[in-house]
Write a protein that binds this ligand. Structure first.
Ligand SMILES: C[S@@+](CC[C@H](N)C(=O)[O-])C[C@H]1O[C@@H](n2cnc3c(N)ncnc32)[C@H](O)[C@@H]1O
Length: 335
């Protein structure tokens, strides 16, 4: 019988329209690397994720602490639920991610799920600080989530106003929280031409430790490799435009509801920015691009799609025009 129960945050079912237990169970199964079966269970009308663990070892504790929607953990014993503290690894307060509110923002819990399943799929242990690139970063939900989880973050965003709004928010937030930091916006010029702007931030968490870095360029994601130069990343994590609030800018003013064309032109660029053994995690609207086509596309870009269970369990309805799914793919390590 399952000996541990995870109570999910009540908000998670609003995010996933009732499918939270299915999605978060898949996330936890991936974080645990298949070491324990995870299943959804109802007790007195309340939903939990049930785990059968021989012992609560360090990797399991770490996985439960970083889970996107864990609210509380219990051990089952003699008809009782005994609370067990969750060891949350966050290096910054979660309001770094939750305070900004704007149309087109990717949900915070979903973003953490996407970052988690991508990083859990790395084939090679990172040699230094983990680096996460979001090449269509909007106003930075993925980037801030990466910082909260203790990683370095980098981004590209075509909407200069979004980059400026993110920079303004970070400056105010880091000052108000009295965190040691620097934050600079500067123009990017190549051969006398203006290519946009870049934001460079370093910040030391309140608890001290390693200063973390964030770099964002304004520009087109298809230029991501040119903008970030030789830098390679452990993970590329991206919530692609749904074609509803955000239009893909790939089609020269024509509305591309699917963003399929943009993904077609970008996945190869992002694959080139990954380190060997690194992972790409994409969420997108399947109503414009089927899972099969995206699997095919990442394969053509030289990545290995992870397309078996539990990776195939992330499809869910967001609204009548968006059915969202997640695809993770890994870059083979050089022999
Ligand atoms: C679904 S939103 C991502 C939102 C982001 N995760 C957030 O929470 O702020 C997709 C983003 O892709 C950007 N985008 C669309 N086409 C782009 C392109 N060709 N190059 C770079 N960014 C692009 C949009 O401006 C939008 O910010």
């Amino acid at each position: 019988m399952a000996d541990h129960l995870v109570l999910l945050a009540p908000s998670s079912n609003r995010v996933y329209a009732g499918a939270a237990d299915k999605l978060v169970a898949a996330e936890l199964a991936i974080l645990l690397g298949g070491s324990a079966p995870v299943e959804a269970l109802q007790l007195a009308g309340v939903g939990y994720l049930a785990l059968d663990l021989s012992e609560l070892d360090q990797p399991t504790t770490a996985a439960l602490g970083r889970l996107s929607a864990a609210y509380a953990l219990f051990r089952r014993g003699q008809g009782q639920l005994l609370p067990v503290p969750l060891e949350v690894p966050d290096r910054f307060d979660d309001d770094l991610v939750t305070i900004p509110k704007y149309p087109g923002k990717t949900n915070e819990q979903f973003t953490r799920l996407l970052v988690n399943v991508t990083l859990a799929s790395l084939r090679r242990a990172p040699s230094g600080p983990v680096t996460v690139l979001d090449p269509m970063c909007g106003r930075g939900t993925t980037l801030s989530t990466a910082l909260v989880l203790g990683h370095d973050a980098a981004g590209v965003e075509s909407d200069l106003k979004a980059v400026e709004a993110y920079a303004a928010f970070l400056r105010t937030y880091l000052r108000r929280k009295r965190l040691k930091h620097s934050a600079d916006m500067s123009p990017v010029r190549r051969e006398g031409m203006s290519l946009g702007r870049r934001l460079d931030v370093t910040v030391t968490p309140a608890g001290g430790g390693r200063p973390q870095s964030l770099t964002v360029f304004s520009g087109d994601t298809r230029q991501s490799a040119a903008l970030h130069g030789r830098r390679r990343f452990d993970a590329v994590v991206v919530d692609a435009p749904y074609g509803i609030v955000h239009r893909s800018q790939a089609t020269e003013g024509r509305r591309d509801r699917s963003a399929a064309g943009l993904l077609w032109e970008s996945v190869g660029v992002w694959a080139g920015q990954l380190k060997g053994g690194g992972a790409l995690g994409i969420s997108w609207n399947t109503l414009g691009l089927t899972r099969e086509r995206l699997v095919d596309l990442v394969g053509q870009a030289g990545l290995e799609p992870l397309d078996s269970e539990p990776y195939r369990r992330f499809g869910h309805r967001v609204d009548s025009s968006i059915h969202r799914d997640v695809l993770v793919a890994v870059k083979p390590s050089a022999p």
